[in-house]
Ligand binder design. Sequence first.
Ligand code: MSP
Length: 724
Amino acid sequence: MTEANGNPGSPAGRFYLTTPIYYVNARPHLGHAYSTIVCDAVARRKRALGIETWFLTGTDEHGQKIERSAKLAGCSPQEFADRIAGEFRGLWDRLELTYDDFIRTTEERHVRRVQHLFATLRDRGYIYKGRYAGQYCVSDEAYVDGPPGTICPDCGRVTETVSEENYFFKLSAFERRLLEFYEANPGFMGPESTRREVISFVRSGLRDLSVSRTTFDWGIPVPGDERHVIYVWLDALANYATAIGYGSDDPKDQEKFRKFWPADIHLIGKEISRFHCVYWPAFLMAAGVALPRSVRANGWLLFDQGKMSKSRGNIVRAETVHEVLGADALRYFLLREIPFGQDGNFTFEALVQRYNGDLANGYGNLVSRVVNMVHKYCGGVAPEAGAATPAETTLRAHAEAAIAVFGPAFDQLNFSEALKSLWLLVAATDIYLTANAPWKKTPERSDAEHAALQARVLATAAEAIRVITALAYPILPDAAAKVWRQLGQGELADAAKNGFLIHLAWGGLQPGTKFGEPAPLFPRAEKDAVERMQKLEDENNRTAVEAASANGVSEATIAPAAPPAAAAIQAAEAPVPAPAAPAAAKKATEPLAPQASAAAPAPAAVEAPASVIEGAAHITIDDFAKVELRVAQILVAERVPKADKLLRLEVDLGYEKRQILAGIAQHYEPEKLIGRKIVIVANLAPRKMRGLESNGMLLAASLEGGAPVLAGFLEDVPLGARLK
Ligand code: MSP
């Protein structure tokens, strides 16, 4: 493999990096912000190293999942995508992320170039027509091996059966070439766990891949055969090339593509490595295009022990942290706290602890002390350090070690280590300052000696701060810009454009430089910071759920439809269990109470334990006919904030959609319910819980002493079908 493009010393001096493009079916949260912030930090450092950098992000807007989300929201897929793409872009702007281009896969430039790629693959003999009959996970937009009813191994949702004419890509032809490529380019993918997983996937054998669909429309038409739309992952992966000009006739675009391709880093989440490390290189090999230099997978941001995701209902929004502690605090926390490549827990408590410890009391306090003393004792002008004593030599050695360690660690995406080493310099500077106490006039020092000490110590400490600030800039751009001004170094944004990091070395602070006014950097977070953030999230959740229930628009990841659920996969109980008398005690003529709770025996359609049936009074067929049992499919399942047991479900009855609240949250993960076909009591009187209306009830077998089990079907059943 060629030397990584754009690394210092690389002849090309260019660097191209990309984030995954985000699905527009859910609003941006911290999990998405994480990848984008990592890329922003890398891009800022590369630019500050004088490397011409291109940082691409964007949104993934086609496919069945988005089409269904839009339908559920009652608008066109384009309107739906416009809205959510706007939210992503708006958030990146608010966080001042320095992307160079934001690609949307519905843009004309992308559509045409993807068609060009498809035609190229076909012309080169790598695409043929066939028939796909198998399982498909709409949530992951991925083909899954197995019989009908198979659960997607990645997300745990029920897959759908697809049987249609498709175009196939000859992925099987690339098995050996891919393995050879991985072998020859050990740095192509990382971390090691990703590399192992991908290699073992390819070794287990590659089958040709279906790359078109005919049963829905929301995608890029196959050129020359518009009944088909191009498989959304082929469409999406191509963004990395189309955005910089691949497939364009315009010479300017072609020039740009030549300049920046191949990408230096595709930064991705670990769950999409197969698409990036297997399919994407194979498509490129087939098209005769150079392969990206590396794919790097980040781990997941966890909250409350689970992957942060809208369908789990455990997301935190970047806006909340931004509002309370600022964007730099968020950037610092994500890069310092989580070793890149591993999963990491996000808690407000840990965030505030890091903020106060490292930023407010650490770096911020150090800067404020030194800048204030330079104003107080040196007339606001950088003093002349004079001859170094061993203390200055030691601090300088610390700083030079930080410069030597930080860069390589950062460039390996080892941000946590890089920052750890830099904060050792913060601590060393603090210790140096305290040990030499330039504010303390001792009797044994003459005035001249004291002035010399003040000058030496403050000049040395200020120089250490300059080094810390220069290195920390990609992670703390806002604070670094303020400190740069306070140190009299001018505008850091301009310095970054001029590659100020190239020549970073000890001794850059010129004596006589006029310092700027001191300004607070990281005011200490008070005790209530955690509560404030929590409150902002709770308020947001509440408004979101209320808005969703009012409009029938889902706030959660929107569900795919699914084939018949394997029977009885999850447990259920009624929303608020009203104490129900055992059926045995009811009079023969008494109709089945519509408010029957999960504790009550399951209605006729679900077999109840013999012990419950024994001695049960009979009801007439007319009694039974009063209960309208129908087949429904769960489209959305999410936790109701502050209600441990409740889930808010949106179910599709075929003829209408409705909201049901179910007290089953303790028995399963909401996202695993999505797509499941269940039985509901459709004519139960509406009731309100936690301010939300519930329109119906799920049916489940109520097992003694155990979790209830949802009623389901082995065969496929149409939505809305009545159970009699
Ligand atoms: N659209 C595809 C990617 C196509 S790239 C050609 C997709 N979109 S996504 O919106 O579901 O996810 C985008 C990225 O966000 C993924 O890399 C995913 O890992 C990341 N994250 C979403 N939630 C996350 C966390 N909780 N933690 C860390 N990253 C996570 O997949």
